[in-house]
Ligand binder design. Structure first.
Ligand SMILES: CC(C)(COP(=O)(O)OP(=O)(O)OC[C@H]1O[C@@H](n2cnc3c(N)ncnc32)[C@H](O)[C@@H]1OP(=O)(O)O)[C@@H](O)C(=O)NCCC(=O)NCCS
Length: 284
């Protein structure tokens, strides 16, 4: 009989193996972080001694939580394990009195989530830039109006619509990523996070609230000069035309399309125009 239980630290290698099947590049550190931040909200589906699938949830305060890393071992697909995992995660978040539940979903899985009560919200593009040789002589650490992380995280909350500072701070503390940022008198705030994986780099979250005109391009140039030798991926909301134009100008091309989805009702939170790149902080 299929059962679902809380994920434990010793399940992390299994979770990494399943994510590798999907080429998602989720690392041991990523999963350990999710487990550290929401220990009661990460789940394993199993039957007897056999582990069959997983999912994780990330709670950003009462207002919003995210479901991620829904993966079923390919040998066991089509047996309602995915459905059970997502239902279980939703029930856990409802019991935790979370107001809005969201996830990022690639196009091919939209029907799966619609069947489970999710509705499509904003579409996004996953874009990739081929590996380039590293530009010499640019030092990204030199950025004027050096902001405090505190100020940037307040800006992040306005753009994203909920407080994800615990996750961002944990990523910086464990050196899973770094950022370029700028803040001017609490009116204009921008930061762009860069994460390096074994075979690619990921940009995001990237938030620009009232940026001076040339700032987004300048930030992107700084970030790209640092990640030069790896292919780089980013996910941008289609409605943020400025961000998409900039990415295309820098050689990013669309790989896949997807949607942000909400459970039952679309939430009107955050400021999509200020989200230049989505976070995918919980991967998957
Ligand atoms: C997507 C995934 C989790 C589904 O898990 P699963 O256990 O095979 O799915 P289930 O058996 O629970 O499917 C439930 C229902 O949705 C349907 N379904 C499953 N995958 C679907 C898809 N991609 N598109 C449309 N319908 C789908 C099933 O046919 C089933 O329908 P039924 O209730 O009428 O029988 C699994 O295919 C997977 O691990 N994919 C790779 C990782 C991934 O893409 N995860 C989603 C991240 S966005």
């Amino acid at each position: 009989m299929l059962r679902i239980r809380r994920m434990r630290i010793e399940d992390v290698p299994f979770a990494v193996r399943l994510s590798e099947q999907e080429h998602w590049g989720v690392t041991r550190n990523d999963l350990q972080r999710l487990l550290r931040l929401t220990p009661a909200g990460c789940f394993i589906a199993y039957e007897g001694a056999k582990k069959l699938g997983l999912t994780t949830t990330t709670i950003y305060g009462r207002k919003l939580a995210w479901i991620g890393n829904v993966i079923v071992d390919w040998e066991y697909r089509g047996m309602h394990i995915g459905r059970n995992l997502v239902d279980h995660a939703v029930a856990f978040l409802k019991k935790s009195r979370i107001q809005n539940i969201a996830l990022y979903c690639f196009k091919e899985n939209v029907d799966f989530y619609e069947n489970l009560g999710f509705v499509k919200d904003a579409p996004f593009l996953r874009m990739r830039r081929k590996a380039k040789s590293r530009a010499a002589g640019v030092n990204w650490r030199v950025f004027d109006h050096a902001p405090s992380l505190q100020a940037l995280l307040l800006g992040d909350k306005r753009a994203f619509g909920a407080d994800r500072s615990r996750l961002v701070r944990d990523m910086l503390a464990t050196r899973a990523g770094w950022y370029v940022g700028s803040a001017r008198k609490k009116i204009s705030l921008s930061y762009l996070m860069i994460r390096e994986y074994r075979d690619m780099c990921e940009l995001g979250p990237w938030v620009c609230l009232n940026p001076p005109r040339s700032e987004p391009e300048r930030m992107l140039n700084l970030a790209l000069s640092e990640v030069g030798e790896l292919p780089t991926e980013v996910s941008c909301l289609q409605r943020n035309k400025d961000a998409i134009r900039l990415m295309e100008a820098k050689g990013f091309r669309t790989l896949r399309e997807g949607y942000r989805m909400f459970f039952r009702d679309r939430a009107r939170i955050g400021n999509d125009k200020a989200q230049y790149a989505l976070g995918f902080l919980d991967k998957g």
